[in-house]
Design a protein around this ligand. Structure first.
Ligand SMILES: NC(=O)c1ccc[n+]([C@@H]2O[C@H](COP(=O)([O-])OP(=O)(O)OC[C@H]3O[C@@H](n4cnc5c(N)ncnc54)[C@H](O)[C@@H]3O)[C@@H](O)[C@H]2O)c1
Length: 287
């Protein structure tokens, strides 16, 4: 099956990156979100990100305009998804919200359309169960920031067909990404590992073990990571990490995934990281 048209649902931290790489790879890409204001903010972030490619000489002004021209924003899911060959859902990490989107997509999209989710933890089989096409439902877990990170975790549920997997692998690779196939298990591979480190960092913060700057500095210098745990918290979104931890904890009962209280408190006051301009650090201007 040839993929020509892509639809991304949600233009938040991940949705805007996925929309960008899809349009950069030459696909007509519609993007759906709840309001024009959110869409405009997301498109603004895409333009800023593309401008950085232009500044670095990796893209011309003309190419940038072509990429932007391939993106069709809309608040109407039907309008955005009705003729899409491949849909990637990137809404909040809540199973009820995602299931509702999958149910609607199943009714809107042509029978051959593959419905993928960028979920960090929610079982793909659960999302598939909201549709009448579980064999065409996949997990395509992009990493943040999407335009720069090369790996995509490909999650196959018990019901996902070989054909869906192969078409999805080919499509994601056509975006210039590398793929790794993973079973439909809580947190998959990446989110079995990464949230544990961040949860432990939050507990160290509660203990006052060091400043966030020093903790990040020693991790960067010691492990050669590009950023420390608190920088990563703010980049990913503290609310998203909280949802990921809660989801793995709920599914497995493993105590080590229970979010440190400070994570919940920060979410309650809206200090969710870069997107809120305040998390473990404060931000001014564009990041
Ligand atoms: N943030 C990360 O680093 C990261 C990394 C990998 C995967 N993920 C996963 O990607 C998904 C999106 O995360 P995010 O960080 O981009 O979240 P986000 O909060 O930045 O964005 C979510 C977007 O979805 C929109 N939305 C909500 N319900 C919608 C609906 N019914 N229709 C259309 N749009 C809707 C919201 O308005 C918002 O713009 C989640 O499943 C998350 O677990 C996030």
């Amino acid at each position: 099956m040839e993929i020509k048209k892509v639809c991304v649902v949600g233009i938040g931290v991940m949705g805007n990156g996925i929309t960008q790489v899809s349009a950069q790879a030459g696909y007509d890409t519609s993007v759906v979100d709840l309001s024009d204001e959110i869409l405009q903010r997301g498109l603004g972030n895409i333009t800023k990100s593309l401008s950085k490619f232009v500044e670095k000489g990796k893209l011309t002004e003309e190419e940038m305009e072509e990429v932007v021209g391939r993106i069709k924003p809309t608040t109407d899911l039907k309008e955005g998804a009705k003729d899409a060959d491949f849909v990637i859902e990137a809404v909040f990490e809540r199973s009820d919200a995602k299931k509702e989107v999958f149910k609607e997509l199943d009714e809107i999209c042509p029978p051959d359309t593959i419905l993928a989710s960028n979920t960090s933890t929610i079982p793909i089989s659960l999302l598939g169960s909201a549709t009448k096409r579980p064999e065409k439902v996949m997990g395509t877990h992009f990493m943040n920031p999407v335009p720069l990170m090369r790996g995509v975790e490909m999650i196959r549920s018990l019901a996902t067909s070989e054909n869906t997997l192969n078409t999805s692998l080919e499509f994601i690779q056509s975006l210039g990404k590398e793929t790794a196939v993973v079973k439909d298990s809580p947190g998959f591979v990446t989110n079995r590992l990464m949230p544990l480190i961040l949860n432990e960092a939050a507990k160290m913060y509660e203990e006052g073990l060091s400043t966030v700057e020093d903790a990040d500095k020693i991790v960067r210098l010691s492990f050669n990571w590009p950023m420390g745990p608190f920088q990563l918290f703010d980049l990913i979104g503290i609310d998203t990490i909280c949802d990921v931890l809660e989801a793995v904890y709920t599914e497995t009962g493993w105590e080590r995934y229970k979010p440190a209280p400070i994570i919940r408190r920060m979410v309650e006051v809206g200090w969710t990281g870069r997107k809120a301009k305040k998390g473990f650090y404060e931000y001014t201007g564009w990041w």
